[in-house]
Design a protein around this ligand. Structure first.
Ligand SMILES: [Zn+2]
Length: 412
């Protein structure tokens, strides 16, 4: 009896998809490149590369940008991702703000808008405003087709369903953000993720963390969000909710946290903590701060406190120093735990970075194991408060680079 062994063979369409993706990723990382260089970089033969490139050009994902002028021999046609393939809208739902950008397929921001939601009192009012802002952003790119829509949200966002399961500082639970956006944009791919994860991706793709494999991202605003990038990928954890560093217990008897615990890191390191320290300053907030806040300490903001700090205001400087110290204590522990090559600070509090980074660096050197402390640098997010929306743009671009076979030209 002959024994016939059945081997699994690669599906041809799958192989083509993988190769299309490979070409797009190389062009995303190194453009502009010739077909010959693409063949060298991918290990594919030249005729395969030519055929794949032709397909990508017909999909309008890749374009020819002119002949190479240097090198030996015949000049060759250079290729790059086609920025005009379509537009991307990325938005952030913050605890007290909304932000949106419209970008091209090359990641260049064409339009941006940020607005406060402090005057909005209900979940529905904020969601209505979010939808209006996203529609406005999409309207800015009317005429070039929408490739995708991404939203970063605070708290536990389930990426598979796009549901915001729990956002303690908004006091929201189980809000189907994906479905809400999808209903408004039925033919556009929609992505929802935690804001810190999205921001870390933004900095890894377009910002300060490019080229770093091991990154700790800390985003401080009303709350404190975190993300870890390992091997260029966001660390997700078993159920997708890793890196909730803001809810590490730092003081078991500390301030109550909106998550239900007490003494979480974000009760010490957040704009709320900063404002609380100012309001409870022993001598009361100074005339300078009150003047900047138009006499109302409920109107404090991070830029305003930073300005007061630059003016030498003691209450502002004291509060900034205390938050910076508490930030540094936590960062030192996380650097010992994770051994990152880079710590990136983003979020609204980063607008006061000049007061924070030196103290964080000093705490890191004082507290972390020297082998870990020496291996890392602490820097500011290049895109600052826009890191999350830039990560949203990166999310949409990556989805197309990963599965170009699913790509269909968006209708205009
Ligand atoms: Zn908490």
């Amino acid at each position: 009896m002959s024994l016939r062994v059945r081997h699994r063979t690669g599906d041809q369409a799958l192989v083509r998809e993988i190769n299309l993706s490979l070409i797009l990723k190389r062009l995303s990382d190194h453009a502009a490149l010739s077909r010959a260089t693409l063949a060298e970089l991918t290990g594919l033969n030249k005729s395969t590369v030519s055929s794949l490139v032709q397909e990508l050009i017909s999909m309008q994902l890749v374009r020819e940008v002119g002949l190479s002028s240097s090198g030996i021999g015949r000049p060759s046609m250079l290729l790059e991702l086609n920025p005009g393939a379509g537009a991307i809208v990325a938005a952030e739902l913050g605890v007290d703000f909304l932000s949106a950008v419209c970008a091209d397929f090359g990641g260049k921001v064409i339009w941006r808008k940020r607005e406060s939601t402090r005057s909005l009192t209900s979940q529905q009012a904020i969601l209505d405003r979010l939808l209006a802002l996203v529609r406005e952003a999409a309207g800015e790119c009317a005429g070039c087709g929408l490739l995708g829509l991404a939203l970063g949200a605070p708290g536990l966002a389930d990426r598979a369903t796009g549901t915001l399961l729990f956002a303690p500082n908004l006091k929201w639970e189980n809000v189907p953000l994906h479905d809400i956006l999808q209903a408004a944009f039925p033919t556009t791919p929609v992505f929802v993720d935690n804001e810190a994860n999205m921001a870390a991706l933004g900095e890894t793709t377009f910002g300060a963390a490019q080229g770093y494999d091991e990154v700790l991202f800390i985003s401080v605003g009303v709350g404190l969000g975190g993300a870890v990038v390992r091997g260029g990928q966001i660390v997700r954890g078993k159920t997708g909710f890793a890196s909730e560093f803001g809810h590490m217990t730092m003081d078991p008897d500390g301030q109550p946290c909106n998550c239900g615990n007490r003494g979480c890191w974000e009760t010490q390191v957040s704009q709320s903590a900063l404002f609380r320290h100012i309001r409870s300053a022993p001598d009361g907030a100074s005339g300078r701060l009150r003047a900047l806040a138009n006499g109302d300490l409920d109107q404090l903001s991070v830029p305003l406190v930073a300005q007061a700090g630059r003016d030498g205001d003691p209450a502002a400087l004291g509060a900034l120093d205390r938050v910076a110290h508490d930030l540094g204590v936590g960062v030192a522990s996380l650097v010992n735990a994770l051994n990152p090559g880079l710590v990136v600070l983003g979020g609204t509090l980063s607008l006061a970075a000049e007061f924070l980074l030196p103290v964080v660096q000093a705490e890191l050197e004082r507290r972390a194991l020297p082998w870990n402390a020496r291996a890392t640098r602490v820097i500011l997010a290049q895109h600052g408060v826009d890191a999350c929306v830039m990560g949203g743009v990166a999310t949409v671009i990556q989805s197309i680079l990963l599965e170009p076979g699913n790509f269909t030209m968006p209708s205009v």
